[in-house]
Write a protein that binds this ligand. Structure first.
Ligand SMILES: Nc1ncnc2c1ncn2[C@@H]1O[C@H](COP(=O)(O)OP(=O)(O)O)[C@@H](O)[C@H]1O
Ligand SMILES: [Mg+2]
Length: 225
């Protein structure tokens, strides 16, 4: 099962403590997306300070790869400029809005592993220039997929500009092994201790599901790639 961010949910949040399988999920998800779409249809912008996602997909799929804050800030500025050109013209009809034919290019996915390292309290977030585009995901083909530890998640849902916008815009959430004492992590879903890769998938308009993430190697074997 592949989490599709072009339908009901436009963004995705992965929550879990160290070793829960956040990076492994992102690896498998990116690899399977790249397996199903061409690099003309799909482009990843990666922010990954721990370099866990390096080399996961072939190079043409990677528009930018930031492993530190200054690179992330530079790429976010460039990406924001590109996205500004995808905003719909003011006089557009509803039908044309659905057709999305005023821009061409790949669907863009900003993938951020360990978001808690990227948005440190008291510093300016390098991805701040992208916040205003989060609600326009569908029209401009821009999605954020981020992972974060569970500690402080409840607070981040109300106070972090990126996470709160993502949630308002509509996001799938994968809750991997997390501290139950943190309280509700997404909607009313609380964390629980679980084996690596096991989690609860919360999506709009669907029953929540207990899932087990395949490791990328297993996925590759199954898909015969
Ligand atoms: N889906 C999975 N199935 C089996 N083992 C997993 C799975 N996801 C992670 N693991 C194991 O847990 C370890 C930590 O996973 P990782 O993705 O690095 O966690 P995190 O990024 O949340 O700290 C991996 O090295 C792997 O051995
Ligand atoms: Mg990790």
């Amino acid at each position: 099962m592949l989490i599709d961010l072009t339908q009901a949910d436009q963004h995705c949040v992965v929550v879990g403590d160290g070793g829960a399988g956040k990076s492994a999920f992102l690896q498998t998800w990116m690899a399977s997306m790249a397996d199903q779409q061409t690099a003309h249809e799909l482009r990843f912008m990666v922010v990954d300070y721990r370099r866990a996602l390096m080399g996961v997909v072939p190079e043409p799929y990677v528009g930018a790869y930031a492993s530190d804050a200054s690179a992330a800030a530079e790429y976010a500025r460039q990406l924001a400029a590109g996205l500004a050109g995808r905003l719909p013209p003011p006089d557009i009809s509803r039908r044309d809005l659905r057709r999305r034919d005023w821009w061409t290019g790949p669907e863009l996915y900003l993938v951020i592993d360990d978001y808690d390292l990227v948005n440190m309290p008291g510093t300016e977030s390098p991805i701040a220039p992208l916040v205003s585009y989060i609600p326009h995901a569908r029209e401009i083909g821009f999605h954020i997929v981020l992972s974060r530890r569970s500690g402080g998640m409840a607070r981040a849902l109300s106070s972090d500009p990126v996470i709160s916008r993502i949630r308002e815009a509509g996001a799938a959430a994968l809750i991997l092994s997390s501290d139950p004492r943190e309280g509700a992590l997404f909607g009313d879903q609380r964390g629980a201790e679980m084996p690596p890769g096991r989690g609860v998938l919360v999506r709009r308009g669907r029953e929540r599901e207990l899932v087990q993430v395949l490791l990328n190697d297993d996925y590759a074997e199954e898909a015969g790639v």
